[in-house]
Design a protein around this ligand. Structure first.
Ligand code: PDD
Length: 287
């Protein structure tokens, strides 16, 4: 059996999986999504992602397509049919299919649901973490509701492409005050010159990262100092360490910012340790 996707109630061959041309996710980006890291065929940080999904749907007044329990069954079945042990699973829920009109369809239509999964080569991921990655900074250009995980990702697409063209892996958005908001697909962190962990607070216009929250728990357990406080690009460049967190990157040390070395240009001990702790906890608690 080849790759399989879940589309609106059916498992279909990935190569033939399709949505209607008037799906509002496709035409208007009227859809939200979640990404879970997968360890041993199970969902990492499952509850945190379900909670955020519920919140994103609620903020946009899109009906939940099914209960969390039913969704868990479908997500797991997608993993099983794709024979994924370690990997990632993507869920998109949209407002549904209706003749194109910006306002919500009235009466409402059923939400659209698409799920895809893919394996991740953990050795390659470890090698990338061991080497560390570069980031570039780009001006913040996103809308004011980045706390909602919508598929409207054009600024993120352009930022990520700018990173790739510069030989970097992630882009950090920088607001009008010169403060880093977050990455194009991850939250941004530093270990500052005083040895404190710093990441932007969630009152700012950022996604409330599920990995970010788990890492905060690990930081507290490790007795390290944490401040949810914004940092400038210069502070990041002169930090002891920098790293990003996310379901895709897990915890990835950042060793270059706009071409300038962070610390001695190698992954730092705090990011390395948090990555180990996070992966072992996520693997243990995956459900
Ligand atoms: N991105 N910030 C942004 C803008 C993101 O897109 C993501 C995740 C994060 C990290 O959130 P979490 O820890 O909950 O994964 C922060 C996913 C992985 C993606 O778009 O593929």
């Amino acid at each position: 059996m080849g790759r399989v996707a879940y589309v609106n109630g059916r498992f279909v061959r990935h190569a033939e999986a399709a949505v209607h041309i008037e799906d509002r996710g496709y035409q208007l980006a009227d859809a939200v999504y979640e990404v879970w890291a997968v360890f041993g065929g199970r969902l990492a940080d499952a509850a945190g992602h379900f909670a955020r999904l519920k919140r994103s749907l609620g903020e946009l007044r899109i009906a939940a397509p099914m209960s969390d329990a039913a969704l868990t069954i479908v997500l797991r079945e997608t993993l099983r049919r794709n024979r994924i042990a370690d990997g990632m699973i993507y869920l998109q829920v949209g407002r549904g299919v209706a003749a194109r009109d910006h306002a919500f369809p009235n009466p409402p239509v059923s939400p659209s649901v698409v799920i895809t999964a893919r394996p991740v080569d953990l050795d390659a991921s470890e090698a990338r973490a061991a080497a560390g990655v570069g980031v570039v900074t780009v001006p913040e250009s996103r809308w004011g509701r980045c706390d909602i995980k919508t598929v409207g990702l054009l600024p993120n697409v352009l930022a990520k492409q700018a990173a790739r063209e510069a030989g970097a892996v992630e882009a950090w958005f920088v607001d009008d005050l010169g403060l880093v908001t977050e990455g194009a697909s991850s939250n941004a962190w530093i270990v500052d010159a005083e040895g404190r962990l710093r990441t932007r607070d969630i009152q700012a216009n950022i996604l409330r990262g599920v990995t970010r929250l788990s890492v905060m728990g690990l930081i507290a357990e490790s007795g390290l100092d944490l401040e949810e406080r914004a940092f400038t690009v210069d502070e990041a460049k002169s930090a002891r360490e920098a790293f990003v967190t996310g379901a895709g990157s897990l915890i990835l040390p950042v060793v270059r910012i706009d071409g300038a070395k962070v610390g001695d240009g190698a992954p730092g001990p705090v990011a390395k340790r948090l990555r180990e702790l996070y992966i072992s906890q996520a693997r243990r608690n995956a459900s």
